[in-house]
Design a protein around this ligand. Structure first.
Ligand SMILES: Cc1cc2nc3c(=O)[nH]c(=O)nc-3n(C[C@H](O)[C@H](O)[C@H](O)COP(=O)(O)OP(=O)(O)OC[C@H]3O[C@@H](n4cnc5c(N)ncnc54)[C@H](O)[C@@H]3O)c2cc1C
Length: 385
């Protein structure tokens, strides 16, 4: 079971509950039956984006004019992230939802022309967006990115490389962090680069998990990009990236607790059915305690994410707590994947087991979008320690 939206929580209203049901049906019918095929194929079916668009899955935080929901509702976003995560396939979530990291800077800082050209077709499921920040030289220290965009008349000439980019092989639009100025954060800008520009190349990466998410290294070799593709003002890219990270980290925290819940549910079901030493597995105290400990940590996390989402909706910007919450979420996920695997025993080690897949996805949640070390560091600075 996912979060009980009908429970007497003060946070969710009838719209949230109704949409949770829509996304649940979508996950059950359009994702769960195909996950194993997509994991083998190395990418989700292209028409999943069209189907997701039909239920408005990419719309939170985007203007209705461009196909969005017409408002930002962090609680609705929590509903989306949690319900899609119930498929227990982080690769599907990451790939299908890369619009949520690639498009927000354009919605927030892009020109109307750029919004119409990029956001609208992505909301319709016809195009895919990706976010390209991380470089081969490092991802944590964003202020030191090296990819350059040199002004040449009405164009920028882009040179450099990005790596670990989700939806990197088949995205149509890339929101790319480039250096238009000198060293440090004030020299960074965001540039929209289309996937079919001359001099833009990409190669796929083979990974431990998230197999159904196409992850790539990008290469820019004298790529000419019109100045009209600049997102916001020159030199404002770093603050736009930081702003974007907050929402991404919140999404990843919600997903990590949801994946923890999937692990718990798998372990619970097994503990009820499996017999060892003449009694049900769940009757052994050691196993019962494992399950309670998982449930206890997940309950605390779900309550925290709901409170944070509500506070975001009130206009609060709890940067330190979101960073802390992401750490709590990924360490909980690590714990739950381990404990679920122990409860399932050898069955957890077989391909096709949801726990086996999630076990391989723990590290990317703990590293991607800001690692546990970087999250603790960020929180410590915010807290003035
Ligand atoms: C599957 C996958 C998908 C991804 N998708 C995207 C994407 O779509 N777009 C994108 O831009 N990026 C993406 N990333 C990149 C991800 O955000 C980075 O991997 C992450 O930010 C860490 O950067 P790094 O791997 O270069 O590690 P580094 O920055 O080299 O750090 C290495 C290790 O050192 C630690 N460390 C670094 N600095 C410090 C410090 N000051 N104190 C203590 N410890 C420190 C880090 O925590 C990390 O554990 C993805 C990564 C993966 C694995």
């Amino acid at each position: 079971m996912t979060i009980d939206w009908s429970a007497s929580t003060p946070f969710f209203n009838d719209d949230h509950r109704a949409y949770a049901e829509v996304v649940r049906q979508f996950t059950t019918n359009e994702i769960v039956p195909y996950v194993d095929d997509w994991e083998r194929a190395g990418m989700v079916a292209r028409d999943l984006y069209n189907k997701a668009a039909q239920i408005g899955l990419f719309g939170d935080g985007f203007e209705a004019e461009y196909g969005g929901h017409g408002q930002r509702d962090a609680l609705m976003r929590l509903v989306i992230m949690d319900e899609v995560s119930q498929a227990g396939a982080g690769g599907v979530s990451a790939s299908m939802l890369s619009n949520y990291i690639g498009l927000p800077p354009i919605q927030r800082f892009g020109s109307d022309e750029l919004k119409a050209r990029v956001i609208a077709p992505c909301q319709a499921g016809e195009r895919i967006a990706a976010l390209a920040i991380t470089e081969p030289s490092g991802g944590s220290d964003v202020a030191r990115i090296r990819t350059t965009a040199r002004r040449d008349g009405d164009h920028y000439i882009v040179n450099g490389s990005k790596t670990f980019i989700t939806s990197g092989m088949r995205a149509d639009f890339y929101t790319v962090a480039v250096r238009t100025g000198g060293e440090g954060p004030s020299g960074i800008s965001l540039l929209l680069i289309e996937g079919d520009r001359e001099g833009f190349d990409r190669t796929p990466l083979e990974k431990m998990g998230w197999l159904s998410s196409d992850t790539a290294t990008l290469y820019f070799d004298d790529v000419r990009v019109p100045v009209s593709n600049l997102i916001g003002e020159e030199g404002t890219g770093f603050s736009a990236i930081v702003n974007n990270f907050n929402a991404e980290r919140m999404d990843m925290a919600v997903q990590s607790f949801s994946f923890s819940r999937v692990c718990y549910n798998e372990a619970l079901q097994w503990a009820r059915e499996r017999e060892t030493f003449g009694k049900r597995l769940g009757e052994h105290q050691v196993i019962r305690h494992k399950l309670v400990e998982m449930d206890r940590r997940i309950n605390a996390g779900e309550a925290w994410t709901q409170l944070l989402a509500w506070r975001l909706n009130q206009g609060d910007n709890p940067v330190a707590e979101i960073a802390e919450c992401k750490v709590a979420a990924t360490t909980t996920f690590e714990f739950c994947a381990r404990e679920a695997a122990q409860v399932l025993g050898g069955a957890s080690y077989l391909r096709g087991s949801v726990v086996e897949r999630l076990y391989r996805e723990v590290r990317v949640q703990a590293i991607g979008g800001g690692s546990e070390e970087i999250m603790r560091d960020l929180a410590s600075r915010q807290l003035g320690i």
